[in-house]
Design a protein around this ligand. Structure first.
Ligand SMILES: [Zn+2]
Ligand SMILES: [Zn+2]
Ligand SMILES: [Zn+2]
Length: 455
């Protein structure tokens, strides 16, 4: 695969040689936050088991009435004839007959749900291989998604770890070597398709994999478009201002994971050691002390974290104006290192969710503010999780206001709701709406309206 062929598919991005990976994507011009840098349709897609029968197997759109494929009754559903026809031609005709037996088999049933969806995705990938398109393996060249897929570097996998695949119609036998070629590029190029950040399927987007490297502090992120009758699209979107000449990178995992977990995951699935700015910084921190379970010391730590991130208290104007906290992260004082310990985030999130669920609003608002301080340090600016969390905080403050179940004065609670909503909107607007209709941006509008009606 010649670089110019990949380049012809992108605008404003050039591929340059890189020290640690094959290439890096570099911005040829500056991009403002929210700019779509690359938009690509899924080469292959499979729904997660819990969404099967609720969404179209072609476009992943959630509709009330779905058409059932009569060949494999109860296994593939479509929003209409357009999706059914195109899916049939692209892949389904090769597996329709054998799919029901495949999903009933012990080999499939034994797999965890996450691997089941990969087994189906791998089956879809193999089923859609058109013998005319396989030429790139033999050295042919074209810029079709299949060729781009085969131009990807294989990951560190052995065939013994491959999930079972659905047998194809005997007339279309695919050689084992080819299945291996597909599988070896599979795990490391497999994206979770989400709607409002809830996983709905797994998909392969070869061009996005080919163009963007990983960083634990990325400046871009994928979002997904679901349109009835069309395959899901991925938009790689700028999270912040990207300057000309800067590398554009996405994060292959949740950036909130601790250093060790990120490194292990990247090594196992992608076969590389991450040397991004953040990993270089964290690798030098040495031993991370665990946070104390003494209530007084634990409170001291969370107070210190909040005072560090919000020196004059949380105010959305201030926080939005200063949306990039990476400098603060790299200058973090040593007494805050325990927040990087692996159990800190899960325990804090658990306290926040449990308290807001149980109606202990004051506890929830307190833990949630600490969580926001942590997110702002750890996530890149405008990362959607920050927006979703501030929306949760707005809802919690609103519920506290409505229930009267709080020691915080009402006026302060409605002000808090307003602040968190303002902040949530500013962050979520950058990535924009994704997936199904509705979602967090609409929730922001609904709650804003309720708040206005009150005044
Ligand atoms: Zn459809
Ligand atoms: Zn079928
Ligand atoms: Zn890294």
């Amino acid at each position: 695969m010649e670089d110019p062929e990949v380049l012809s598919l992108t605008r404003g991005i050039r591929l340059e040689p890189d020290v640690y990976s094959r290439n890096k994507a570099v911005a040829s011009c500056s991009f403002s936050p929210g700019t779509v840098l690359l938009s690509v349709p899924a080469w292959c897609m499979a729904l997660v088991p819990s969404e099967k029968g609720h969404r179209c197997d072609g476009c992943a759109v959630r509709v009330g009435e779905l058409l059932n494929c009569s060949g494999c009754r109860g296994n593939y559903w479509y929003c209409g004839t357009k999706c059914q026809r195109s899916d049939w031609k692209a892949r389904h005709k090769h597996i329709c007959r054998s799919y029901p037996g495949f999903v009933q088999s012990d080999a499939y049933q034994r797999l965890p749900p996450d691997v089941q969806v990969d087994a189906t995705l791998l089956s879809h990938s193999v089923a859609r291989l058109d013998t005319n398109e396989i030429s790139p393996l033999e050295g042919g060249r074209s810029s079709s998604p299949t060729s781009v897929f085969f131009s990807l570097l294989p990951g560190p996998v052995s065939m013994s770890a491959a999930p079972p695949i659905c047998p194809l119609n005997s007339r279309n036998l695919i050689p084992a070597k080819l299945v291996h070629e597909v599988y070896s590029r599979f795990g490391n190029n497999n994206f979770v398709i989400h709607s409002h950040l809830n996983p709905i399927g797994h998909g392969v987007f070869p061009l996005a994999s080919r163009v963007f490297n990983h960083s634990c502090s990325p400046n871009a992120a994928p979002k997904y478009h679901l349109v009835p009758g069309e395959v899901p699209r991925m938009d790689i979107t700028a999270l912040r201002e990207i300057r000309e000449g800067e590398e554009i990178a996405i994060c292959y995992l949740d950036p909130a994971l601790p250093f060790q977990s990120r490194q292990e995951h990247l090594q196992a699935i992608y076969g590389f050691t991450c040397r991004c700015t953040r990993c270089s910084f964290e690798s030098q921190l040495g031993h991370i002390p665990s946070p104390s379970h003494d209530p007084h010391e634990s409170q001291q730590l969370t107070r210190a974290l909040r005072a560090y991130v919000f020196p004059s208290g949380f105010h959305p104007g201030q926080a939005i104006g200063r949306s990039d906290y990476s400098d603060a992260y790299y200058r973090m004082p040593e007494n805050l290192y325990p927040v990087l310990y692996q159990s800190f985030l899960p325990e804090l999130s658990e306290t926040f969710s449990r308290a807001s669920h149980e109606g202990s609003y004051d506890v929830a608002l307190d833990a949630g503010l600490t969580l926001l301080a942590f997110y702002l340090l750890i996530y890149p600016p405008n990362y959607p999780q920050i927006g979703l969390h501030t929306l949760e905080m707005a809802k919690t403050a609103w519920n506290a206001f409505i229930s009267g179940d709080s020691v915080i004065p009402e006026a302060q609670l409605s002000q808090m709701t307003q602040w968190y909503l303002t902040y949530a909107r500013a962050v979520l607007d950058v990535l924009g709406p994704e997936g199904d209709e509705g979602g967090p941006l609409e929730e922001v509008e609904t709650l804003s309206r309720l708040l206005r009606e009150l005044q």
